[in-house]
Design a protein around this ligand. Structure first.
Ligand code: ADP
Ligand code: MG
Length: 656
């Protein structure tokens, strides 16, 4: 909207208003209509009263002053003079043709000076006064007319002002609406500017996007070109590969035929291998039988540091029938009869005791050598024959050394248990090539004073051994199991090592409670072996038992026991009883007696399934090299000889 175009009328209004205001001001300076001018003749006379007084006082009147403090002085003129002034003087034209009478410019009324009448001329004076009155009346008339004109002008001016006021209101209304419109326009303009900015922003973003897309398009085109090149290359290769493939397929056909022929051959060879394996087992078993299902090996430990050297010839190991290269099977022990020498005073006579076993290991024999002799027996357990290996002898004769090995973790000193397990694991691995899968579960218990304790106990039961009982695995089952004992599956040497270490710790804890308890208890390491040939539907399983027996020493019959040693006696009796029960069981089996007293001791009961017809047994009799132990050595050797004489029926493999 063109605001400027509206301005001139507004200025016009303003000017009119100013004019009006000035007119009103001017009018306010005029004598108010009806105030002084409307005064009556008497009032006029009142006003004239001081003049009269002065005139009376002074005798002459020169001028009459209205005495108004503000505004232009209104001079009194005679009607003629006023008319002359009005007709002669230029007529002032106000705005809009208003005519004003220039009253200020009127000449002041001059009262003609008369000759002073003598005081006595009262008539003359009255005449003068009447003259003056007449003049004043004329003047009043003139002023009334003037006043009338001015009022007219005032009314006109007021009307004009009212019109201008209305015009002003209208214009103000218009101005307000114009302002509102201008504001709205401004707002719209702002909104549009913002929108324009926004659109410009969008435009620039879109521009950038388009640039990016173009760049991307170029890249994709480049990529497409590269891919096309690769595709061509691949296609060339594919063609070459297809050519290769067809020749390979021909080759494959040929190879398949060959493979089929070889598979048949392999199956035939597999059958032959299996047949040979079965034959090996049969022959192995026959050999074991020829060697005897119960064998006794004697091992003499070396003299340890700090021990007295035995007299030469105390222990002799005569060579085998085939000469010195033949492994020894005999042992000769000489014992001097001290009692006879003290009686006669002559040098003590010596008695030679000769023993013959399946094998004798003199003091220098290595652990490896000892194991070699029993490795075949251990393998029998894989073939399904229960195997039992005992270490018998007095305390300190080397039973634990033989079974578990020497302390210090020297691999050279490893005993039968770790060596046997390693051998079994490696043979099982070999047999897996022939379709056999084997699993092994180990347990290790201690029988002390006819109570069974788990040596593999862990946690809170560690070292204490919970109540363990020997029970049948199930109703009608031949298999025996120890309740509360851990049965740990093993598949590598490391696991076996951990178990032996744990057993050692458990024994050490018990030893603090009871002195040298380990020598007074039997330790039974059992390994349950299960083998399966899934393809041929064959299964075999047998336990391998490695038993470190309690010290076989007897109490000196001449020794008097103190009250504290009663327990020791009971212990010894229990040991002796269980060891003699073992002997009796072997005898009963050998004599094929109808009753075998397995139940007479926990040890024989636990080993029931590994002693007897189908089982193979090996007993190590450990001997001390010291002369002071000669009588215990003799006892051990005698017991072992008895066992060695036993022949237990033909062993039967536990095959299913
Ligand atoms: P046992 O178990 O019969 O009581 P040990 O096996 O504890 O006897 O042996 C007693 C001591 O003799 C141990 O210090 C052991 O290291 C040592 N010993 C036993 N046999 C041999 C051996 N063949 N070679 C070397 N030291 C042995
Ligand atoms: Mg021992």
């Amino acid at each position: 909207m063109d605001v400027q175009a509206q301005r001139p009328p507004l200025l016009e209004v303003k000017r009119n208003l100013e004019l009006k205001t000035s007119l009103v001001k001017a009018s306010s300076r005029l004598p108010l209509p009806g105030s002084k001018l409307k005064r009556g003749a008497d009032q006029m006379e009142d006003a004239l009263e001081p003049a009269k007084k002065r005139i009376r006082g002074l005798g002459t009147v020169t001028r009459v002053d209205t005495g108004r403090p503000r505004g232009p002085r209104l001079s009194t003129v005679s009607q003629t003079q006023a008319h002359a002034a009005a007709s002669k003087g230029p007529k002032k034209t106000g705005p809009r043709g208003c005519t004003t009478v220039a009253t200020a410019s009127a000449a002041p009324m001059v009262i003609k000076k008369r000759a002073k009448r003598p005081a006595w001329d009262l008539k003359g004076q009255l005449c003068d006064l009447n003259e003056d009155l007449k003049r004043y009346r004329e003047k009043t008339q003139t002023l009334d007319q003037e006043n009338q004109g001015l009022r007219e002008q005032l009314r006109e001016a007021q009307e004009q002002a009212a019109g201008l006021g209305a015009e002003r209101n209208t214009l103000e209304g218009e101005l307000a609406s114009v302002r509102t419109q201008a504001e709205q326009g401004q707002q719209k303009l702002e909104t549009l500017s913002a929108r324009v900015l926004e659109l410009e922003e969008q435009l620039s973003t879109t521009g950038r996007l388009i640039e990016e897309l173009q760049k991307e398009r170029l890249e994709l085109q480049e990529e497409r070109r590269a891919l096309s090149a690769r595709l061509e290359e691949q296609e060339r290769r594919l063609q070459a590969s297809e050519a290769d493939l067809s020749s390979s397929q021909a080759e494959l056909l040929c190879l398949r035929e060959k493979t089929a022929a070889q598979v048949t051959l392999l199956a035939e060879q597999g059958d032959r291998v299996h047949g040979l394996e079965m034959e090996r087992r049969r022959l192995h078993n026959q050999l074991q039988e020829l060697k005897g299902n119960i064998r006794v090996f004697c091992r003499v430990r070396p003299v340890l540091a700090g021990e007295p050297t035995p007299s030469p010839g105390f222990l002799l190991f005569p060579p085998g029938p085939a000469g010195p290269s033949d492994p020894p099977t005999r042992l000769s022990l000489s014992r001097s009869d001290d009692r006879r020498s003290t009686l006669t005073g002559a040098p003590a006579p010596t008695t030679r005791h000769d023993f013959s076993f399946d094998r004798v290991f003199p003091p220098g024999s290595k652990q490896e050598e000892v194991f070699e002799e029993i490795s075949m027996l251990v393998q029998s357990a894989l073939d399904g024959y229960p195997v039992c290996i005992f270490a018998y002898g007095q305390t300190g004769s080397g039973k634990t050394f033989t079974m578990e090995g020497g302390a210090g973790g020297d691999p050279q000193l490893e005993g039968l248990i770790p060596r046997a397990l390693r051998h079994l694991f490696s043979v099982a691995q070999e047999m897996s090539g022939q379709g056999w899968t084997y699993s092994f579960v180990a347990s290790y218990v201690e029988i002390y004073n006819e109570t069974v304790r788990d040596l593999l106990a862990t946690g809170t039961r560690k070292g204490q051994g919970g109540e363990c009982e020997i029970r049948r695995a199930g109703p009608g089952s031949e298999e025996l199991t120890v309740t509360n004992a851990r049965y740990v599956p093993v598949s590598c040497e490391k696991e076996v090592e951990t178990l032996l270490h744990l057993a050692h710790q458990n024994r050490a804890v018990a030893r603090t409670a009871q002195n040298e308890r380990s020598s007074r208890s039997h330790s039974v390491f059992q390994l349950q072996i299960s083998g399966e040939h899934a393809a041929r539907g064959l299964q075999c399983g047998a336990p391998l038992n490695l038993v470190d027996l309690a010290g076989s020493e007897r109490l000196d019959p001449g020794l008097t026991l103190g009250p504290g040693e009663r327990d020791r006696l009971r212990e010894t009796q229990a040991i002796n009883s269980s060891l003699s029960t073992l002997g009796l069981v072997i005898m009963a089996l050998s004599n094929k007696e109808s009753h075998v007293p397995y139940r007479n001791s926990k040890l024989t009961y636990l080993l029931q399934n590994s002693l007897g017809g189908s089982a193979k047994m090996l007993m190590f009799v450990n001997i001390s090299p010291l002369e002071e132990n000669v009588s215990e050595s003799l006892n051990s050797l005698r017991f072992a000889s008895k066992v060695n004489q036993c022949v237990i029926g033909t062993a039967q493999a536990n095959k299913k």
